[in-house]
Ligand binder design. Structure first.
Ligand code: SF4
Ligand code: SF4
Length: 448
C-alpha cells in the first residue's frame, strides 16, 4: 500500500487548488461530469502522442480520464500509476479535437495533477509565481542575473545555482542551449518608451498588444515584429502594459494566483476600454492567448468577475488570426527558401486556428510554402515537459523533426514560445540546415 491516501491525491474540497466547473464545448459541467462524458470509445487513441509512441493505455487520453473519474469516486488505489498518467500528458489537446463527446482532457489532467502531495506547492514554483505576481522587479532582476551568467559563458553555473528553478522556470534553464541570445532589456521596457503605443491622447485604437512572457523575457524580437505588423496592417494601437497571463501559475496548480493574474489583466483592459472604446487584444504566444480566451472558466463561481472575464476573453486574438489576409502585401523569400508551418497545439487544438496563418502565408510566400506532414503533431515542448519528461519529449520531437526534414524546408514557422525553444533544440541536433522562426518575425520581414 502506498503512503498516499486516495483523498490526498484528489481532494476537490481544497478550494484554492481546484476548479469546480469546466466550460466544455457541450456547456458548463462539474469536473466529475466532464470526466464522465468520456464513453471510452478510444477514438482519441489515434492522435494521442504519448499513447501512439508507447501503446500504453494508462498514458492515453482515455486512460487519463478514467483515472480521474476513479480517483474522484475513490475507486483506485494505484496512486503511482495515476501520477505517471497525469504527469506524462502534454496538455496538447489533440484528443479533445477528435473527441465526439468533447471531453476536455487537458483541463481534467490538470485537475488530476492538483494534488495535496506536492504538485505546484514546492518552494520554487510558489516563489516563482509569487515574485512574478507581486514583485515583478525582483523577478526580472534575478532573470537578468541568470542571463548575465549565460553571456559570461557561465550558463551551466546559472543552472547549478538553481536560478531558473528559483524563478519557477526550470524549462528555461534546460533550454539554455536553444536560446540564441538572452535579452538584458525586456520587451515591456522597450514598448513603454514607444510614443506611438501610448494610450494617452488617443480616443480610439484598433488593437492593444499583450506581451506574453516568452516575447517579453526571451524572444523580444517576436513582440517587436508583432507590433510592427499590427501598426502596418491594422492602424494605430496601444501597448496594454500587461501582467503575465497566469498560465504559468495555472499549469503549476496555483489556481488562486492564476485568478489574480487574470484580474490584473482584466482591470487593465477595462481601464483602456473606458478611454479607447472597443479594440482587439492581440498576443503572440498561442499558449498564453488560448489561456486568456478561457479566463471565464477561472471564475464560474464568481458572479462579479465571470462576466468581466468573458468580456476580456471575447476581445482576445492570436496574431496568427489577427492579420487581415485581404490587406496583406509582401514579397516571397528572396532566395526562394522553402518554408513550412508547425501548428502549435494551443493554436490548432486550443483555439481552432488552422486556415488563417496558412492563407496569409500562401499569399506572401507563394510556392515557397509547403505543408508539413502531421503539422499538428505536438513538438514535445509543452512548457516544462521537455525538462520533466525528457525521454518521451525527445521521442515526440524526433517525429516532428523527421517530418520537417521530409519537406526540405529551411524555415519552419511556429506561434508559441515553447515550440520555438523545442524545435530549435531538435533541429540543431538532427536537422541543422533548418531553423524555427516565429510567424510574426517571418511575416514582418517579408512585408516591410
Ligand atoms: S476522451 Fe473522447 S475520444 Fe477519447 S475515449 Fe473518451 S469519449 Fe472517446
Ligand atoms: S492532451 Fe495530448 S498527450 Fe494529453 S491525453 Fe490528450 S492527446 Fe494525449
Amino acid at each position: 500500500m502506498t503512503k498516499y491516501d486516495i483523498n490526498e491525491l484528489y481532494d476537490h474540497t481544497q478550494e484554492p487548488f481546484h476548479l469546480k466547473h469546466l466550460l466544455t464545448d457541450l456547456g458548463e459541467r462539474t469536473v466529475y461530469d466532464a470526466a464522465a462524458q468520456c464513453n471510452r470509445c478510444g477514438y482519441c487513441e489515434t492522435v494521442c502522442p504519448t499513447y501512439m509512441l508507447t501503446g500504453r493505455e494508462t498514458i492515453s487520453a482515455r486512460g487519463r480520464n478514467q483515472f480521474l473519474r476513479l480517483l474522484i469516486e475513490g475507486k483506485t488505489r494505484d496512486i503511482d500509476s495515476a501520477r505517471e498518467s497525469f504527469s506524462t500528458c502534454l496538455l496538447c489537446g489533440a484528443c479533445s479535437s477528435v473527441c465526439y463527446a468533447k471531453v476536455p482532457t487537458p483541463d481534467l489532467v490538470l485537475e488530476g495533477r492538483r494534488s495535496r502531495d506536492g504538485y505546484g506547492r514546492g518552494f520554487a514554483a510558489r516563489l516563482g509565481v509569487d515574485l512574478l505576481l507581486n514583485r515583478r522587479g525582483v523577478f526580472e532582476l534575478a532573470l537578468k542575473a541568470g542571463y548575465l551568467l549565460k553571456r559570461l559563458g557561465l550558463a551551466a553555473l546559472a543552472g547549478k545555482l538553481g536560478f531558473y528553478d528559483f524563478l519557477g522556470l526550470p524549462a528555461l534553464g534546460a533550454a539554455q542551449d536553444a536560446l540564441k541570445h538572452a535579452p538584458l532589456k525586456f520587451l515591456r521596457k522597450i514598448l513603454l518608451k514607444d510614443p506611438a503605443l501610448k494610450p494617452e491622447g488617443k480616443k480610439e485604437a484598433a488593437w492593444a498588444y499583450f506581451a506574453p512572457c516568452g516575447p517579453n523575457y526571451v524572444f523580444t524580437e517576436v513582440g517587436a515584429a508583432t507590433v510592427a505588423l499590427l501598426k502596418r496592417f491594422l492602424g494605430p494601437g496601444v501597448f496594454t502594459d500587461n501582467f503575465c497571463c497566469g498560465l504559468l501559475a495555472y499549469n503549476y496548480g496555483r489556481v488562486t494566483e492564476a485568478r489574480e493574474f487574470a484580474k490584473k489583466n482584466i482591470l487593465r483592459f477595462e481601464e483602456l476600454k473606458k478611454a479607447l472604446g472597443g479594440f482587439t487584444v492581440v498576443g503572440d504566444c498561442s499558449s498564453c492567448v488560448a489561456f486568456m480566451k478561457s479566463y471565464e472558466q477561472l471564475f464560474t463561481e464568481d458572479e462579479e468577475w465571470r462576466p468581466r472575464a468573458k468580456a476580456f476573453a471575447e476581445a482576445v486574438k492570436d496574431i496568427l488570426e489577427a492579420l487581415p489576409t485581404d490587406k496583406i502585401k509582401g514579397r516571397g523569400p528572396a532566395d526562394g527558401e522553402t518554408v513550412t508551418y508547425h501548428d502549435s497545439c494551443r493554436a490548432c487544438h486550443g483555439q481552432g486556428i488552422r486556415s488563417e496563418p496558412r492563407e496569409t502565408l500562401k499569399k506572401i510566400a507563394g510556392k515557397a510554402f509547403v505543408e508539413l506532414p502531421e503539422s499538428d503533431w505536438c513538438c514535445g515542448g509543452a512548457g516544462a515537459y521537455a525538462f520533466t519528461q525528457t525521454a518521451l519529449s525527445e521521442r515526440i520531437a524526433d517525429r516532428k523533426i523527421r517530418n520537417i526534414a521530409s519537406t526540405q524546408a529551411g524555415t519552419v514557422l511556429a506561434g508559441a514560445t515553447s515550440c520555438l525553444l523545442q524545435l530549435n533544440a531538435g533541429l540543431k541536433k538532427k536537422y541543422p540546415s533548418a531553423r524555427a522562426v516565429h510567424y510574426s518575425v517571418y511575416m514582418d520581414n517579408l512585408t516591410r
